[in-house]
Design a protein around this ligand. Structure first.
Ligand code: TYM
Length: 340
C-alpha cells in the first residue's frame, strides 16, 4: 500500500514555489494514493511566531490545500499539534538520530545564520520531527520541493537505524517524490536565490493571496537579462537545461520553468514556443497564465476563510482520522523500545 504524507508550515506568505513544488503535486497524488496532508504548526514555532497570526496562518494553509483541489473527503487534512504522536515519536527519534547527522543539515545552517548560539533547540532537531511526521503514518512516499531532499534522507537514516538498533523491520524507508518542472522555484528578483516566504521583498514571490494586479506588477518587474529568450541549444535534454544557461541566465531558466510547470507543457515545448522572442512578449504570456492559474485558487481561499467553521470541521475530522492511524503505530513503537 502506497501512503503519501507531506506538510506545509503555517508561516504566512504561501507562494508559487509552495504551490508548484508541493501543493499541486499533493492534488495529483490523491487520485491513486492514500494521502495525508498536515499543517505543521509545531515546525513553525521553531522560530518566533505571534500566537494570533500563527492561528490565522494555520487556517490559511488549510484553505490553500482545499482551494488548490485537495479533497477532504478523499485525503486527510489536519494540524500537527492536534495529534500527539508527532511529539512523542519525535522524542524517541531524537534518541536515534546522531548529532553528527544533524550537524550536516544545511537548512539549519541557513536558518540559524551567524547567531547559531541563539537558535532554538527545536530548529536544530527540526528534521527529527519531520521524520516523526512521516513515520507516524508509515508513509512510503513524500512529495516535497527540492529544498527538503536532505531532510528526507535523514528520515530514511532514522528509520534504518531504528530498525537496526531494535532488530525490528518496522519503519518503511520512505521515497521522496520531487516531481514536475518547478521543484526549485527561484526568486523573481534574483534567479540564484530560492523563492521564499521570508524574503523581505514581496516582489521576489507570487503569493497565493495576491490579486491579479499584484501578479502582473510582479511579473512585469521580474528580473531578466538583456538577451532574447534562448533557443533549443539551451537544453541538455527534454527535461533539463544545460549547465551553461543555468549558470549564466538563471532568471530566464526560472521563468521558463515556471511557465512549463503552470502550463503542464514540457520544457522543450516551452523553449521552442518562445525561442529567441523578447522577454516583454514572454512576460505577457506568463502573466496571463499565472493569473489564470492562481486567481481561482485565491478566490476560493478567500471564500473558505470566510467560513471558519467549515474549515475547522475539516481539520477536526482530519485530526481524528490521523490519530486513528498514528496511535497504533506509536503504541507498537513504544513496545519495541521497551516502554512499560
Ligand atoms: P515549507 O513550509 O517550507 O514548504 C512547503 C513545501 O513547499 C516546498 N517549497 C518549494 N518548492 C519549490 N520551490 C520553492 N521555492 C519552494 N519553497 C518551498 C517545500 O519543499 C515543501 O515541500 N519542512 C517542511 C514541512 C514539513 C514536511 C514534513 C514536509 C514538516 N514535516 C514531513 C514533508 C514531510 C517545510 O518547511 O516546508
Amino acid at each position: 500500500m502506497r501512503r503519501v504524507f507531506s506538510g506545509v508550515q503555517p508561516t504566512g506568505n504561501l507562494h508559487l514555489g509552495n504551490y508548484l513544488g508541493a501543493i499541486k503535486n499533493f492534488v495529483l497524488l490523491q487520485n491513486d494514493h492514500e494521502c495525508i496532508y498536515c499543517v505543521v504548526d509545531m515546525h513553525a514555532i521553531t522560530v518566533k511566531q505571534d500566537p494570533k497570526i500563527l492561528k490565522s496562518n494555520i487556517l490559511e494553509v488549510a484553505a490553500a490545500f482545499v482551494a488548490s483541489g485537495i479533497n477532504p473527503e478523499k485525503s486527510v487534512i489536519f494540524v500537527q499539534s492536534q495529534v500527539s504522536a508527532h511529539a512523542e515519536l519525535a522524542w524517541i527519534f531524537n534518541c536515534t538520530a546522531r548529532l553528527g547527522w544533524l550537524n550536516r543539515m544545511t537548512q539549519f545552517k541557513e536558518k540559524a545564520g551567524k547567531n547559531r548560539e541563539n537558535a532554538s533547540a527545536g530548529l536544530y532537531t527540526y528534521p527529527v520531527l519531520m521524520a516523526a511526521d512521516i513515520l507516524a503514518y508509515h508513509a512510503t512516499h513524500v512529495p516535497v520541493g527540492d529544498d527538503q531532499r536532505q531532510h528526507l534522507e535523514l528520515a530514511r537514516d532514522i528509520a534504518q537505524k531504528f530498525n537496526n538498533d531494535f532488530k525490528a523491520d518496522y519503519f518503511p524507508i520512505t521515497e521522496p517524490v520531487i516531481m514536475g518542472n518547478a521543484t526549485r522555484v527561484m526568486s523573481l528578483r534574483d534567479g540564484k536565490n530560492k523563492m521564499s516566504k521570508s524574503d523581505v521583498s514581496d516582489y521576489s514571490r507570487l503569493n497565493l493571496t495576491d490579486s491579479a494586479d499584484d501578479i502582473s506588477n510582479k511579473i512585469r518587474k521580474a528580473k531578466t537579462d538583456p538577451l532574447p529568450l534562448p533557443n533549443e541549444s539551451c537544453l541538455y535534454s527534454e527535461k533539463k537545461f544545460n549547465e551553461d544557461i543555468i549558470a549564466n541566465r538563471p532568471e530566464a531558466v526560472n521563468l521558463l520553468s515556471i511557465y512549463s510547470a503552470l502550463s503542464n507543457e514540457s520544457l522543450k515545448e516551452v523553449v521552442l514556443k518562445f525561442s529567441e522572442k523578447q522577454f516583454s512578449f514572454f512576460k505577457n504570456e506568463l502573466n496571463q497564465l499565472s493569473v489564470e492559474t492562481l486567481s481561482p485558487i485565491t478566490k476560493e481561499m478567500r471564500k473558505l476563510l470566510e467560513d471558519k467553521f467549515y474549515l475547522e470541521g475539516i481539520l477536526n475530522n482530519g485530526a481524528d482520522k490521523a490519530n486513528s492511524i498514528a496511535e497504533p503505530i506509536l503504541k507498537d513503537t513504544k513496545e519495541i523500545v521497551g516502554f512499560y
